[in-house]
Design a protein around this ligand. Structure first.
Ligand SMILES: C[S@@+](CC[C@H](N)C(=O)[O-])C[C@H]1O[C@@H](n2cnc3c(N)ncnc32)[C@H](O)[C@@H]1O
Length: 296
């Protein structure tokens, strides 16, 4: 049942998109002193070795974070530079070096590692992971960190226990494996649940671009739910980098939907998506763009 291991995919183009947006949202929350709560319904292991047999099996990171590291940091668009800086810092800390690491990355941060890097003393992390091995690694990494709680639990059902945050500031990341088609309906249900309990909260859903009707329909369903429930509208970010194989299979790209985005998000990401599409392209038709609701 729980066959998915994120270590195979760590640092690929989909992680780049998801984590770049995540860093933007948490950085925005840090603009005010009032504490926030970050909820990760599908947290994974927290960080991944790119030298592991998992990561080296398909070397997905090479066509993702690997391509961004080839650039001088000063030449990167600012949102990309902010994300890459945190990736380099995580790798440097894992190697025991204080200076940012060179181009060959050995460790890649998962979403909890990026959140803890941006967390201040007044902020909280609530991390759910159902795979016992991934949970054990995550609990070993962040279980004793002040303000962090790591639970071996179903993130969909546990979500309601941590919303709304006491300060009514926060971000929910819904990032399931989508190995089962039911994840598409459950992710939508989780967004609705989060917005019912926390209508002003930021809710971020990641999902893959694959040739499945469930994947194609999710954008419209998320938009309709956010139109009905979110106080500050939505932003949808799409990045396509590859084409399907002859049988119609393959990960073509990914999408990130944000309910109640910062009002600056659309403008900050608009120039970045075409740039990312060019940098991460695996075929001539690569494209990236950002949409928003009238109220975002
Ligand atoms: C895509 S990975 C998460 C990656 C992580 N959010 C990141 O960006 O670094 C999805 C994770 O969800 C876990 N998982 C699957 N079903 C779950 C559930 N119902 N509740 C919590 N975790 C689940 C898997 O074991 C896997 O580690």
């Amino acid at each position: 049942m729980l066959a998915y291991r994120h270590a195979f995919h760590a640092g690929n183009h989909a992680d780049v998109l998801k984590h770049l947006v995540l860093v933007q949202l948490l950085t925005h929350l840090n603009e005010k002193d009032k504490g926030w709560r970050y909820v990760d319904t599908h947290a994974g292991a927290g960080g991944y070795s790119l030298a592991s047999t998992y990561a080296l099996k398909h070397r997905e990171f090479e066509a993702g974070i690997g391509r961004l590291l080839a650039h001088e940091p000063a030449t990167l668009p600012p949102p990309v530079a902010a994300y890459v800086e945190l990736v380099r810092r995580f790798d440097g800390a894992a190697r025991g070096e204080s200076a940012p690491a060179g181009p060959a990355l050995r460790q890649y941060p998962g979403s909890p590692a990026l959140a803890v890097a941006l967390k201040r003393a007044q902020d909280q992390l609530r991390l759910f992971e159902l795979h016992p091995t991934e949970h054990k690694i995550l609990a070993g990494y962040l279980g004793r960190e002040p303000g962090c709680e790591v639970r071996l639990a179903d993130g969909y059902t546990a979500l309601k226990s941590v919303l709304p945050p006491p300060t009514r500031r926060g971000l929910v990341l819904i990032d399931p494996p989508y190995e089962l088609k039911t994840d598409y309906t459950k992710a939508l249900g989780a967004l609705r649940e989060a917005l019912t309990r926390f209508p002003e909260g930021m809710v971020m859903v990641w999902w893959p671009q694959v040739q499945l009707v469930e994947a194609a329909q999710l954008a419209q369903r998320l938009k309709a739910s956010a139109e009905a429930q979110a106080k500050k509208g939505w932003v949808l970010v799409r990045l396509t980098v590859a084409e399907a194989d002859a049988r119609g299979f393959g990960l073509l790209g990914s999408n990130v939907f944000i309910a109640n985005p910062p009002h600056t998000l659309h403008g900050a990401l608009q120039p970045v998506l075409p740039w990312l599409a060019r940098e991460l392209a695996q075929f001539a038709g690569a494209k990236g763009y950002v949409e928003r609701s009238a109220s975002a």
